[in-house]
Design a binder for this molecule. Structure first.
Ligand code: NAP
Length: 283
């Protein structure tokens, strides 16, 4: 009788060299002594549909999907979780026992799990039910859905391109609304949670120039940019004595459901894992 094949998973993107996902999953595989593999796959957009079609026969149990394939994975998966359907993008694929490919989006629960961890349960109430989200790209879609799922009653969205903020606000009708970037000072004064989902502040990008003075003293500030870990926005929040939540936790927590589906064990986001990735980011 031949031995069962080792479980294999992947992260697929183009380019893919920058992805920290192999480090995260590799850490958990090694911690738990699981004889599995997690591989980095560079697949160009034109080849992605064929890659997905061949997946059930490939021996992979599934994998993560990153830029630029999240929308294509959404369009091509056989089934979608309700959350992925709502967000319109897929970052986690699971090959089911019948060969069908299920698409999920774990960015939303990943972001919210990190807030639970950093701010403690009850953060939506402490935020007074109101969040201000900067940006309206792919990550913002997941975050707005996550915030609405967690009971935020008011989500204001400001984006350089206002039309995208309006489209995003339609994902949470009655809760989310778009506002003009010029109206930020007034919106900050009523926000219990500020979230930066723009690329501003990321290595190689301009900083996010925003005056945090109007934020209430009880407000928390989250940045999903994690390179650098301490963005100018977070440093400004700490100088004001506000709770500051970095972007790395979202990256770590979004990986949990995929690992569990492929390798059969729910892993924990521990200080040891975080230290491993922080060291890599610093290098
Ligand atoms: P995206 O879909 O390309 O969206 C980019 C967003 O940034 C848009 O709202 C865009 O505004 C805005 N933006 C870009 N350049 C700008 C500028 N010069 N001035 C003002 N606004 C600008 O990207 P994404 O996938 O949402 O990712 C956004 C950021 O989140 C990236 O830094 C990414 O690394 C980070 N991220 C982190 C995690 C995590 O796990 N922590 C997960 C996903 C993404 P327009 O609509 O006007 O173009």
């Amino acid at each position: 009788m031949s031995a069962a094949p080792i479980p294999r998973a992947f992260v697929v993107g183009h380019p893919i060299a920058h992805s920290r996902s192999p480090l995260i999953h590799g850490y958990w595989l090694s911690q738990h002594g699981i004889p599995g593999s997690y591989e980095r796959l560079d697949v160009a957009p034109a080849a992605f549909p064929d890659f997905l079609r061949a997946l059930p026969e490939s021996g992979f149990r599934g994998g993560n999907v990153t830029i630029p394939h999240k929308e294509a994975a959404f369009a091509l998966a056989d089934t979608l979780t309700p959350r992925a359907r709502k967000i319109g993008a897929v970052n986690t694929l699971v090959v089911e026992s019948d060969g069908r490919i299920r698409g999920d989006n774990t960015d939303a629960p990943g972001f919210c799990a990190h807030l639970d961890h950093s701010l403690g349960a009850g953060w939506p109430e402490r935020a007074g039910g109101t969040a201000l989200v900067l940006g309206a790209g792919g990550a913002a879609r997941a975050i707005v859905v996550g915030l609405a799922e967690n009971g935020l009653s008011r989500i204001l969205i400001a984006n350089r391109t206002r039309a995208r903020a309006e489209t995003l606000a339609a994902l949470a009708p009655g809760i989310a609304a778009a506002l003009a970037w010029d109206d930020l000072p007034e919106a900050l004064a009523g926000a219990g949670l500020l979230v930066n989902t723009t690329a501003l502040g990321m290595k190689g990008q301009p900083p996010l120039a925003i005056d945090l003075t109007p934020l209430p003293a009880s407000a928390a500030v989250a940045d999903i940019v994690y390179a650098p870990l301490e963005t100018d926005l977070l440093a400004a929040a700490r100088r004001r004595g506000l709770a500051a939540v970095d972007g790395l936790g979202m990256l770590l927590h979004q990986a949990v459901p995929g690992f569990e589906a492929w390798f059969g064990l729910r892993p924990a986001v521990t200080p040891g894992l975080r230290d491993r990735i922080v060291a890599d980011l610093a290098g």
